[in-house]
Design a protein around this ligand. Sequence first.
Ligand SMILES: Cc1ncc(COP(=O)(O)O)c(C=O)c1O
Length: 452
Amino acid sequence: MDAETLLRTDRDHLIHPVSSWRDHEEAGARILRSGKGAWVTDIHGKELLDGFSGLWCVNVGYGCQSVVDAAAEQMARLPYATGYFGFASEAAIELAGRLAARAPGDLNRVFFSQGGSDAVDSALRFIRFYQHARGTPGKRHVIGLSRGYHGSTYTGAGLTALATFHRDANVPLSWQHHIPSPYPYRHAGDGEAATIIAESVASLRQKVEDLGANRVAAFFCEPVQGSGGVIVPPPGWLAAMRRTCTELGILFVADEVITGFGRTGPLFACETEQVVPDMMTVAKGLTSGYAPMGAVFMSEDIYTTIRDHTPAGTPVGHGMTYSAHPVSAAIGLAVLDLYEGGMLDNGLRAGAHLAARLTTMSDHPLIGDVRISGMLAGIELVSDKATKRKPAPDLQLAAKLSKAGYEAGILFRAFGDDIIGLAPPLCCTIEEIDLLCDRLYRVIDDLLPAIR
Ligand SMILES: Cc1ncc(COP(=O)(O)O)c(C=O)c1O
């Protein structure tokens, strides 16, 4: 198809995820054709430095031949094997084994999904099964964080606490609750780490007390809140929440869909504070976006409790046709080889440079806050630094930013509430990080006359 036909056909037929259908019809699609390393090229031949790894997922970068070869080999030899009725593929078994060996603590059991949303949905179902199995079916309420994102299934959208996902959807469901986000920049008090941690712990305790400990099953959180605006909690926060869940007798679930696979430095963000969750959800970097796949890790206790409660001959009723898909699994293995073969180390180096560059940029009058964890960063724009005043909504900053970024040859996430998200591929060179920051600085600086 030529460019014009592609644009027309897109407008007429392709529904885009989480988009304004009206705006999209007016603006049309930005159509990408190829990618190599940290770069993508659109159908007009324009090259763009991808500062967002697609959708925080292409962690190893584009065009990795070892990944392509692994997928092609698996696809040619055995493109599909069901996991039902006792069947399995070599790749899926191997991937489960390698992941279990690398996961925190006793998260030894892995259920594969197609992405992050159905990983979260699966986790919620397994939690119900677990509570029934241990004789506490009344423990069905689940608590998340405001500004949290846990995907787009019906149950995940309710656990999510972003207005876009609740509008006209009758969620959160009656058993889904939220406590405030640990958001240092917008903290109403002194913004000190100890205060924020103490407040989060107190909020969780209070919420569990209000609901009744015998009715609460689990607390979900992202180690860094991604879609809520890249909110990095203070050091010690994750470990404190884990400890509190143990004390309260509720499960602690880490949603590492974004933070997993080197995004914040280590393979899993929980490692930084030696946190061992009861369950962990992953996706994105698991296959680096080369094919769809997510996973739920569960502890030995959760697995054996459900197993022992379910009589022989009775299935645990949860599954999907493409669970543990062999091509995705083969890709996962090839991607894991890359992470362990130097990509995580490169991400650490590039992330340190990104942090240094962004910190320098924070002198800019429009940059209120810079927050960074490895190769994951948020830049919060304000119209007045002293008062932290947000730019006027009618400026439509997000649309302006992403248009200007595209013209400048960089991709990043422009959130609706004046926050810029960065998640460059871990393969970035220092020069590419410099180029990304230089271009981004100019894009922000060009906005100055419009905002002030
Ligand atoms: C923390 C978190 N959980 C779940 C999801 C949903 O994953 P997916 O878009 O693969 O369904 C996302 C997606 O961005 C996410 O960031």
